[in-house]
Design a protein around this ligand. Structure first.
Ligand code: IGP
Length: 270
């Protein structure tokens, strides 16, 4: 009997097969400026050397997001993005790169975790990140995802104590998303603390790869994250800003976002 490759398998393979020192995972705000352009931006990410993509579902009240991503979410909703058409785009993007869907918990609860996880699996979406789903409430979503082979990726922060890291590690699938700083998403001139200690602490409790995100916006910061031990590097606001600036200038956002990813990928090979 041949075993079907699950989403979790595909994520594991993406980390193992990453072309650089750490897997490069750019974030994409789905539907910004519109769904078709999002698919073209994802294509540019893939061509520029991304290993995976974090596909963000726009939400009206994104509590973990800073101003750049919040504004893009608002624009995406205004231009007609829905959970349904974002998932459709996810299917197309999954033909290019493994997709990890970033979605606040409401749409999951509205459809029911089983239906939501089944739809992700049918659409070829490999993983799921839910920033407002605490460990204590994650069991039904985890069970539904496990049943469909979709990896439910947990988030941890510098403030997460060791006993909680170990509980989270036991439920981690795909990778652990380590937030480098407390606060919201957004570019930072300098990431204040060296993340080495944080990454070592998370890795000690994690059976899966550990990716670092928040405040990484250029090649030097991406390279430093890899040197500090990150198995994956996640970049969001810098890319969303590149898209926003191109839109403002009436230019095509896809090559603009692609060139930022190329710079990041280049920094990770050396
Ligand atoms: O924007 P930054 O600082 O580069 O951080 C990545 C982040 O944008 C992306 O992973 C993300 C977008 N929205 C989120 C909500 C919660 C956690 C993470 C995210």
């Amino acid at each position: 009997m041949t075993r079907v490759e699950t989403g979790a398998d595909r994520l594991a393979a993406a980390f193992k097969g990453a072309r650089g020192r750490a897997a490069l995972m750019p974030y994409l705000m789905a539907g910004f400026p519109d769904i078709e352009t999002s698919v073209r931006i994802a294509t540019a990410y893939a061509d520029a050397g991304a290993d995976l993509v974090e596909l963000g579902v726009p939400f009206s009240d994104p509590l973990a997001d800073g101003p750049v991503i919040h504004a893009a979410a608002t624009a995406a909703l205004e231009s007609g993005a829905t959970v349904h058409n974002v998932l459709e785009a996810g299917t197309r993007i999954a033909e290019l790169l493994p997709v990890v869907l970033m979605v606040y918990v409401n749409p999951i609860l509205a459809r029911g975790p089983e239906r939501f996880a089944a739809e992700l699996a049918e659409r070829g979406i490999s993983g799921l990140i839910v920033p407002d789903l605490p460990l204590e409430e994650s069991e039904p979503v985890l069970a539904a995802c496990d049943a469909r082979g979709v990896a439910l990726v947990p988030l941890v922060a510098p403030t997460t104590p060791d006993d909680r890291l170990s509980a989270i590690g036991r439920t981690a699938r795909g990778f652990v998303y380590t937030v480098s700083v407390t606060g919201t998403t957004g570019e930072r001139a300098s990431t204040s603390a060296d993340p080495s200690d944080l990454l070592a602490r998370v890795k000690a409790h994690s059976p899966v790869p550990v990716a670092l995100g928040f405040g990484i916006s250029n090649g030097a910061q991406a390279s430093a994250a890899a040197d500090a031990g990150a198995d994956g590097v996640i970049v969001g606001s810098r890319l969303v800003r590149a898209v926003a600036e191109a839109v403002e200038q009436g230019a095509d956002p896809a090559p603009a976002a692609g060139s930022v990813v190329a710079e990041l990928a280049d920094a990770l090979v050396r």
